[in-house]
Write a protein that binds this ligand. Sequence first.
Ligand code: AMP
Ligand code: GLY
Length: 460
Amino acid sequence: MSMNILVLGGGGREHAIVKALKQSKKVTHVSCAPGNPGIAKEASCHLTDPTDMRKVLDLVQRLRPNLVVIGPEAPLASGVADALRRFEFKVFGPNQRAAQLESSKIFSKEFMLKYGVPTARHIVCQNKEEMLAAQAQFQAPWIVKADGLAAGKGVRICEDDGDFKKAAVDFFDKKVLGKASEKVIIEECIKGDELSVLALVADGKYSVLPMAQDYKRLGNGQSGPNTGGMGSYAPVKTWEKLLGKIEEKIIAPTVKGLEGEHFNYRGVLYFGIMIKDGEPYLLEYNVRFGDPEAQVILPLLQGDWADVFSQVADGKIPKLTWTKNSAVCVVLAAPGYPDDPKRGLRVIVEKQTLKETTPSTYILHAGTASHNGYITSGGRVLNLVGIEKNVPTARKRAYDLMPGILMEGMLFRTDIAEEVKGIASAAVKAKVKPAAKNKAKVKSKSKPKPKPKPKKSKKK
Ligand code: AMP
Ligand code: GLY
């Protein structure tokens, strides 16, 4: 069978999805809408807004894909999967009703309570007065969450009274998030270890993917503001012993709930988990792959993603086999990220670095655009990915690409996957070019220096 697949979205996650699909022998053509300049090297890109149902329908009428894989939450929340299914296209991604698990925090909390999924205690607030009155019900730090989708800006962790009042003013008076913060929830803070657990779900069946660690804060050592994720690695072996409990308490009741609500869920479901005193609590659902979790989970499959997505879209869960490898992803962000990333900045990927990329060490594009080369067009700009036998060597591969990337004021963390210990294989070490050599070369060409080896990442 030859497959023609359309991927909706245009970030690092979608680049990872496209790359995974390109490895399938069954896939004859991959298209992406809108894609980005990195994706354009591997797939045909169409400048279509993936949340605009009519435009997506026009596109699929022209392309006639055998399968549409929906990457981001926005098209899922706006009902693009439903529209495609009405026209009998095969879709990987849940319908609009199920997407409320991500597009409404209140909806997802009610679902968790109804199906007995352990989560943080919360109160719904419809206006500023209710929010201020609810403050006394919780202790600092107060977690305030806008109900609607807010592109990663909907959660405030308020350390003191001032922060809390500012959140109330921002959300209800200034309406900085528009409709997304018409209602908010205040939530008990659970301090613990965060973990991303994703599962493929199809009509009441599921299969858990390798667990991933996302690094949410902008700065090293979990400092600075929350971001969409500054790096990731998988698998997370430390918490494998807890998987049974996570399945029993969180995943299985959720999948039962999806059936109970007749969601006909066919796609991937992301569980944002906090582990406290050995007990898992669910912080949130995402109805899609995480970004940058997808970048480290997808390359670990020993098999064919086109086949897997296609079977899930048909309501089946195939048996999945995973390699013994580990993957690490380091995110390079534009200065000003996450609040106000600078757009239009020149991004240079040195030719030599491009030549050194391999199937297990490569660069994914996220927020880039083409303009006499590459420029920044979003907060998270590039992803460096390394895949190796263990986390430390995969990490080295990813970071070794860094000196070949030039972007003024680039932000990145230097501690992604640093805490994971393992024995770096001598053979691999010898193959990886020392970063210092690259650095010297960058300097001698007197291009803007990417600060390849900072002690701390910059915080804004
Ligand atoms: P969310 O979008 O709900 O995942 O929230 C974004 C981030 O805020 C999470 O990744 C956590 O780091 C943090 N967070 C959210 N809810 C809580 C909570 N109840 N307790 C502690 N931290 C939280
Ligand atoms: N990395 C977290 C997310 O994709 O929401």
